[in-house]
Ligand binder design. Structure first.
Ligand code: SF4
Ligand code: SF4
Length: 289
């Protein structure tokens, strides 16, 4: 069994407790307007090309089986439509201008990489977090990986948007110590406007995980003009969750603009950033958590 991974981030400190390694899986059914990981949305492999880093060395031209790269008048030209996502050009690029997102990996390839930092996990109360994209689009793979991690005594977290089937959640539940659960909106229409999908299944799944006695940490991206009016409603909805350990309000940032450009993906990132005062007021709704 294989899954497409777009990043493995070691020494992560914002993806659950302690020092962690976070594995980012490709593919997501939501399309949040503020997404800062656009490379996580398509499930297919993608090549990012950062024009400003290209030094025109031509190494990519020599390895590409599709002739997607060429040097013309001393300038590098990339024809994305020819690319089949083999990743060969990223291995030889001298300017670090090419990044390949979505290498296929097996559990037995991933596991030893994740166990390399076991000592750091143990000393910091950390572990491994599966994220994305939406990692639970690869529920069978995740279950197998999480099972191996638990067998090796590693703390496990699953970072999910919750827009998945109950069957997917059931597969990983026995091997997951905590769910890091993204909640964007309580109002369904606002959720559809922000993500393209209804939030019904997301709210149901959160309740289901709590009813199963599993710990959750909720994460709310705070995006002015989009979901900033939803905080109070989310606070009311979450107040009865018995196994909720923490709610984090995550201030929206717009650093991902160059990533969209490098992938030639449409960039609809909101312009307005939240103020510190807005975040402080939002956090007050969850002061008892
Ligand atoms: S990823 Fe492969 S096919 Fe695509 S441009 Fe690079 S070498 Fe060519
Ligand atoms: S290998 Fe990298 S730096 Fe060299 S021409 Fe290709 S994209 Fe530019």
């Amino acid at each position: 069994m294989k899954a497409r991974i777009f990043e493995i981030k070691r020494f992560a400190v914002h993806d659950g407790d302690g020092i962690r390694t976070t594995v980012f899986f490709k593919g997501c059914h939501l399309k949040c307007v503020w997404c800062h990981n656009p490379e996580g949305i398509p499930s297919t492999p993608q090549l990012a090309y950062y024009k400003n880093k290209c030094i025109g060395c031509g190494e990519c031209v020599t390895v590409c089986p599709q002739n997607a790269h060429r040097i013309e008048n001393g300038m590098h030209v990339f024809e994305r439509e020819k690319c089949i996502g083999c990743g060969k050009c990223t291995d030889v690029c001298l300017g670090d201008a090419l990044i390949f997102y979505g290498r296929e990996m097996t559990v037995s390839e991933l596991l030893p990489l994740l166990l390399e930092d076991k000592e750091f996990y143990e000393n910091s109360g950390g572990g491994v977090t599966l994220s994305g994209g939406e990692c639970l689009m690869h529920a069978d793979f995740c279950a197998e990986l999480l099972k191996e991690l638990k067998a090796n005594g590693v703390h496990t977290a699953v970072d999910t948007c919750g827009f998945v089937s109950k069957a997917a959640i059931d597969k990983v539940m026995p091997y997951t110590d905590i769910f890091l659960y993204d909640l964007k909106s309580f109002d369904e229409d606002i959720h559809i406007k922000c993500t393209g999908q209804s939030n019904k299944i997301i709210l149901e799944n959160l309740k289901y995980i709590d009813d199963c006695g599993k710990k959750t940490e909720i994460r709310i991206p705070y995006v002015p003009g989009f979901n900033s009016g939803e905080i109070e409603k989310i606070a009311k909805f979450t107040k009865d969750l018995e196994h909720l350990t923490l709610v984090r309000v995550l201030p929206y940032h717009n650093y991902a603009g160059s990533k969209y450009e490098s992938l030639e993906m449409e960039n609809n990132l909101p312009k307005q950033l939240p103020t510190d005062e807005e975040i402080r007021i939002a956090e007050m709704h969850f002061a008892d958590r």
